[in-house]
Design a binder for this molecule. Structure first.
Ligand SMILES: Cc1ncc(COP(=O)(O)O)c(C=O)c1O
Length: 414
């Protein structure tokens, strides 16, 4: 089985696949086709080895020990911070806060900057494309502060209506929080323009990069965003690790998120002074093993190169879009001009859940439902979609399997 069309100079999808042990397993007696990458990607051996290596050879708590193991663990963890800094091109390593993931990064900003800065009547702009993780923390905040959430609408193709966004901006706008790429539809949002417009209005911008960091070049300085949140587990890294990037003056002026060890300089019962960045926001023992292995995931991506990843995934997206459109009764939801490799679709008269179950019977792992974007599903007046999301290790052959599986599922259910 060779796909000459997907093999570019220096890029061999089959040698990439061999680095992912899980991809060689069978599900329901047939080879696994894993198309649930927007939920979480699979992990290469490099990442698995980094976890095993840490626990086998130098498991120790970080920062507070002077013994060799503690020093090795601290060094490895801090190397991960450097790798993350370079990956998103942050100006300094102090701006890389390790979190549990995008959700925690967004909550951190809502609970610290938000609590400190949002007042009654202030406005926070979100978009119709947001994941619940970038909606609910702001709803909790505006409820507490008597502030207001405003929402950028989407057009039929699933693109944000930027003219409407500009109309929402005003003197009361304090924050714009939008995703870089939509998990439900794949739309890539014009975040540079969104940020520029927000800044003109005097508002800050938080970018939810959960879906973009694995597909696009991220340069937080070029974007000029105020905050950027991402999750390692969607980038071939372990679960339970994320990064929150923030502009230094903001991170310095915000209050801490959680109190505990590591985030302090000095504690007396009378008063506590807080640690310097980034530790001020990293209370307690961090997720050391997974943070260390996150660096291996970044190394893996850097090894392939963003350009190669993007090119391969674009080919899969174009191929998949064409093939799915040939299926009678199937409608793709979200046909933005700029998309990451996510295909969401519905089939006339059929429930996404039923399709998902039949696909699983053929070893195909997709995702069905509202994708944690219920307000977006409401815009389209649908309960949910079937979603196939592609990663660097997926192939056109697998898309062919999906098309065959869908054909059978539709015949069975109709
Ligand atoms: C766009 C978007 N934002 C936020 C999240 C939340 O990420 P996590 O669950 O890793 O915190 C997700 C996860 O699917 C997402 O797709």
């Amino acid at each position: 089985m060779m796909e000459s069309a997907t093999i570019k100079k220096g890029f061999d999808v089959y040698s990439i696949r061999r680095q992912f042990p899980v991809l060689s397993r069978e599900v329901k007696g047939v080879p696994l086709v894993y198309f649930d990458n927007a939920a979480t990607s699979q992990k290469p051996q490099l990442v698995i080895d980094a976890l095993v290596n840490y626990y086998t050879h130098y498991n120790a708590n970080v920062h507070r020990g002077i013994h060799t193991l503690a020093e090795e663990a601290t060094l490895a963890m801090e190397k991960s911070r450097d790798a993350a800094q370079q990956f998103i091109n942050a100006a300094t390593r102090e701006q890389i806060i390790f979190t549990r993931g995008t959700t925690e990064g967004i909550n951190l900003v809502a609970y610290t900057w938000g609590r400190q800065n949002i007042k009654a009547g202030d406005e926070i702009i979100l978009s119709s494309l947001e994941h619940h993780s970038n909606i609910v923390p702001w709803q909790i905040l505006v409820e507490e502060k008597n502030a207001v959430v405003k929402v950028i609408p989407v057009n039929e193709r699933g693109e944000l209506v930027i003219e409407e966004y500009k109309k929402l901006l005003g003197p009361k706008t304090k924050l714009v929080a939008v995703n870089h790429a939509s998990n439900a539809l794949g739309t890539i949002n014009p975040v540079k323009e969104i940020i520029e417009e927000a800044h003109k209005a005097g508002a800050l911008v938080l970018i939810d990069g959960a879906q973009s960091a694995v597909h696009l070049d991220i340069d937080v300085q070029d974007l000029d965003c105020d905050f950027f949140a991402l999750s390692s587990h969607k980038m071939y890294g372990p679960t339970g690790v994320g990064v929150l990037y923030g502009k230094k003056e903001l991170l310095e002026s915000m209050p801490p998120f959680q109190g505990g060890g590591e985030m302090i300089k000095e504690v007396t019962f009378a008063k506590t002074s807080y640690n310097d960045l980034p530790y001020k926001y990293e209370a307690g023992t961090p997720n050391i093993a997974d943070i260390i292995a996150f660096k291996s995931a970044i190394d893996f991506m850097n090894g392939i190169g963003n350009e190669n990843i993007r090119k391969h995934e674009d080919e899969l997206l174009q191929y998949g879009t064409k093939k799915l459109k040939e299926i009678p009764g199937l409608r793709i939801i979200g046909e933005a001009k700029e998309k990451v490799s996510v295909l969401s679709f519905i089939v006339d008269k059929l429930h996404p859940q039923d399709i998902g179950i039949l696909l699983d019977n053929k070893g195909i792992a997709g995702r069905t439902g509202h994708h944690c974007a219920q307000p977006l599903m409401d815009c389209y007046k649908i309960p949910g979609t079937v979603r196939a999301s592609f990663a660097v290790y997926n192939t056109k052959d697998e898309i062919d399997e999906l098309v065959i599986g869908l054909g059978k599922a539709i015949r069975m259910l109709s």
